[in-house]
Design a protein around this ligand. Structure first.
Ligand SMILES: C[S@@+](CC[C@H](N)C(=O)[O-])C[C@H]1O[C@@H](n2cnc3c(N)ncnc32)[C@H](O)[C@@H]1O
Length: 244
């Protein structure tokens, strides 16, 4: 088994081979969307920087087979996606053996770059290999957490810690080891730290491994990292910027 609470640099399709069958309690991951994103914000620090493997979805089939293999029975895989990738992801996830349990919307509460209808949400596939039930019975499937501002972000497609914390704590079982094969700047690792879970992370880009390691260290030093100053695990507080 690979070392836990560490981001392993390399290709997740290769590295996952070292994870034994049925040894992981949850997959929480944000893969490239196959959209060949080129960040364009004129003064942005990520201008013209491409995300690795974002120009194709050739890896998708093997990726879903591998996460299905390593997950214990009756667990969940959350996989972020967009209209670019959802068709391929659903096909490959079903082919691997997953049931599509739900499709969550992350309402980013602030629209992004682009023309026409500017993007204000992303999607999260909820996949299971058996039984999956949430703790709460009264939540809708739209999760509202304000996105991190481009000035503060450390990765062009960075997710927010409180959103990932909600995904980690909602299942009615207690996941101990969480796998993120596409770790980026380490948001899943920080959310695991702050909810008391172990993680295994993979990231191809050496620079993002360094960014993630720094973030993990910093988050360990403070009680709760909050993106844009919003404390974690509190949806109501997350909504405040909208109504103030
Ligand atoms: C969408 S980003 C994840 C961003 C992350 N959620 C965050 O909050 O920072 C996907 C990441 O997967 C990495 N990646 C792409 N192909 C990979 C592969 N085969 N193995 C491991 N990492 C890969 C990219 O370098 C990129 O940082």
């Amino acid at each position: 088994m690979l070392e836990i609470n560490k981001i392993h640099q390399g290709d997740c399709l290769e590295l996952m081979k070292d994870i034994p069958d049925k040894s992981i309690d949850m997959v929480l991951t944000d893969p490239p969307y196959g959209m060949d994103l080129t960040p364009q914000r004129s003064k942005g620090k990520f201008k013209n920087i491409k995300i690795k493997n974002d120009d194709n979805l050739d890896w998708s089939n093997l990726f879903f087979k591998e996460i299905f293999r390593v997950l214990k029975k009756n667990t969940v895989a959350y996989v972020f996606c967009s209209h670019h990738s959802i068709g391929t992801f659903i096909k490959d996830a079903k082919n691997a053996g997953f049931e599509i349990k739900n499709l969550l919307v992350w309402d980013k509460m602030w629209f992004g770059m682009g023309g026409n209808w500017r993007p204000n949400f992303e999607l999260i596939l909820v996949l299971t290999n058996g039984r999956f039930v949430t703790k709460s019975a009264n939540k809708d499937n739209i999760l509202r957490y304000r996105r991190i501002s481009p000035q503060k972000s450390k990765h062009p497609t960075q997710k927010v810690v409180p959103l990932l914390e909600e995904l980690i704590i909602e299942p009615d079982y207690e996941p101990k080891i969480i796998l993120d094969p596409f770790m980026g700047s380490g948001t899943t690792a920080v959310a695991c730290q702050q909810t008391g879970r172990d993680f295994i992370g993979f990231e191809l880009d050496k620079e993002y491994v360094k960014v993630a390691e720094k973030r993990i260290k910093e988050a360990a030093g403070c009680k709760a990292e909050s993106d844009d100053g919003i404390p974690p695990t509190n949806k109501l507080v997350g909504i405040l910027p909208k109504i103030l």
